[in-house]
Design a protein around this ligand. Sequence first.
Ligand SMILES: Nc1nc2c(ncn2[C@@H]2O[C@H](COP(=O)(O)OP(=O)(O)OP(=O)(O)O)[C@@H](O)[C@H]2O)c(=O)[nH]1
Ligand SMILES: [Mg+2]
Length: 335
Amino acid sequence: MTRPAAASADTGSLVDRVLARDRTAVARAISLIERGDAGAGELLRGLRRNLGRAHRIGITGPPGVGKSSLVSALGAMIVGQGKSIGVLAIDPSSQFTHGAVLGDRVRMAELDRAGEIFIRSMATRGQSGGLGPRTDAAADVLDAAGYEWLFIESVGVGQVELDIRNLVDTTLVALVPESGDQVQAIKAGLMEIADVYVVNKCDRPGAGAMVAAVQSSVALQHHPDPAWLPRVMGAAVINNEGIAEILTELERHRQHLSTAGRLLQGRRLGMTARLRKRMEQQLAARLRDGGAGPELEPAVDRILAGEESLEQVSERCLSEWMEKLTGGTPRGSKT
Ligand SMILES: Nc1nc2c(ncn2[C@@H]2O[C@H](COP(=O)(O)OP(=O)(O)OP(=O)(O)O)[C@@H](O)[C@H]2O)c(=O)[nH]1
Ligand SMILES: [Mg+2]
């Protein structure tokens, strides 16, 4: 489909402004993506050569463990070092700044005004519970805009939550002293494998025991990178305790990735998973739009009449539909 020239020129200037880290443009670009606006594809094509500079960190963990507070505290420290940070909070159950500890909230507002930090909350979770293509795209906007650190906060409830790993270089899982279920989940291999574990709210009783329990569970995990042994860090974000150590650990992981081609290798694996997922989603959308309409009715009749099984009919309908998609070229035929 050809797009009106005016819209293209518009997107072109938006690309330039995002690359120049114009905050209004960054916000507008993410809004285009959130709305699934027609200009989003063109925008992303315009940004594609400027990706990969940010250190992407995924922060996940059960609701209310202090993920946003931690990001606020880390953000303040990073900006204090003269670096910039972009933050995406995916489906936050609480407003980002509401969760942040008061001191950080004030600091964050100041940093926000200074332009070195950009925070955006997004509701993008699909029915499947995955992070979805819009999270990928919004992260790319922040990366292209040149934010040096990129944090993606997403609630993980102890279930397999693998998609965040595919989007980031470093995964941090945050827990609290009461996270017994999560420790079980780590032991059972149900929990996402992290590069850094944080037990927050160490101002509460049971913190030391929880750090030890997570440590022994993590020792049972097989980290995808055998050369990396994840550490379990205690923190009390509310008292600003443990933040510097966590930042150092994140930097240590980045340093580790920068040797032996690990960063590119990890990004390649993540991109492969993202591409597969995107294809699955597009295939499902095309099937919904054009492949599973009223023409299925006779097939349904055959199943209901016991003439063919559901599996048989599904296989056949899918083959027929794919042949139609590829212009009627039967599978296996030479062209
Ligand atoms: N006691 C204690 N409370 C904390 C600490 N860190 C954060 N909190 C509080 O925990 C609550 C939740 O903090 P958030 O940062 O919003 O947690 P979150 O994980 O981002 O929450 P969701 O995004 O809603 O899942 C807030 O009331 C924080 O003030 C801590 O170290 N100790
Ligand atoms: Mg939060």
